[in-house]
Design a protein around this ligand. Sequence first.
Ligand SMILES: *[C@@H]1O[C@H](CO)[C@@H](O)[C@H](O)[C@H]1NC(C)=O
Ligand SMILES: *[C@@H]1O[C@H](CO)[C@@H](O)[C@H](O)[C@H]1NC(C)=O
Ligand SMILES: *[C@@H]1O[C@H](CO)[C@@H](O)[C@H](O)[C@H]1NC(C)=O
Ligand SMILES: *[C@@H]1O[C@H](CO)[C@@H](O)[C@H](O)[C@H]1NC(C)=O
Length: 287
Amino acid sequence: MGSGIFFWVILACAAQELLASNCTECDKSKCPPAPISCPGHGATDPCGCCRHCARHEWEPCGGENWQLGYCDRRYRCAAVNGTGNVEIPDTGVCKYVGLMGDYWMDDDLNCPLVYGCQVRMGFCECTAIRTCVDYFSYSDDETCKKNNPFDMGPPSGPEEVDYSSQICWNTGCDLVGGRCECGRSDCGGPDFKFRTQKECNDALVLVKCADVHCPEPPKMDCSNDSAITKTYTPPGECCPTVPSFCTCDFEKCAKCPYKETKVNVRNATGFPGDCCDEFYCVSDQET
Ligand SMILES: *[C@@H]1O[C@H](CO)[C@@H](O)[C@H](O)[C@H]1NC(C)=O
Ligand SMILES: *[C@@H]1O[C@H](CO)[C@@H](O)[C@H](O)[C@H]1NC(C)=O
Ligand SMILES: *[C@@H]1O[C@H](CO)[C@@H](O)[C@H](O)[C@H]1NC(C)=O
Ligand SMILES: *[C@@H]1O[C@H](CO)[C@@H](O)[C@H](O)[C@H]1NC(C)=O
């Protein structure tokens, strides 16, 4: 491939930026248990350290070494106050950026370059993008084509047998020393007590937190241009470690109609109560 040098240059730059991104050395023993499945995508934090489930709208993110996690596709880890993105070690919140913010089109400068393949319009498309979220379905062209009935590629030799469909696994979790340990074993191997991480965590918390009373959250009244963020309770803990905040919901701000351009009279500060720019709309000129 002719783009080899280009690829390594990008990789070197990415490594440079990671060094400049306020991460301390990774200590994987301090990571929460790695998830075995997620409601959305799995992710690795921008420090390249902990695996976690990517966060969704109004969930906290960021924090020291990104220990509060990173946002899924179509969300950004925004600063709680202001219009920009979070700068760790501050706590951020995942805000919707819409369909245009798809990672496919939009490299994420916080994240390393990752190569992989996706089926698009019936064909395997392989590319490298910068992402912290598990974006690609396949690690390489060959695996993609093997799994894609529409893109068979050149006829191959003898039939290949996909052994992965014949192997069976048990996945699940057990409570070990006050922690949920998850993994998988071969069929016929030991059974797990819990089928999912959530079941295990719920059981753990039920026992551990029976007599714990979490402080009452303060009553919050957010202005009409903002939203209340979700609290965060680390796996296996009883009480939230990150409280709720009021933060701008930029989706609530008015927009210019299609084929009109927004001209700001005054920029919003991005603090609740001042979330929306003052602006007028001008019709797009023919060019
Ligand atoms: C956001 O700004 C408000 C008002 O200045 C302040 O009370 C609040 O603590 C700030 N929140 C965060 C998370 O920095
Ligand atoms: C690193 O942290 C410092 C404060 O501790 C902050 O001023 C700076 O903007 C942060 N840099 C990045 C890239 O987040
Ligand atoms: C919030 O309320 C104020 C005053 O009633 C109004 O001018 C403003 O447009 C509202 N903002 C949003 C985003 O609904
Ligand atoms: C608003 O911010 C943009 C970019 O940050 C800047 O180019 C523009 O001049 C600002 N507009 C006003 C009215 O301050």
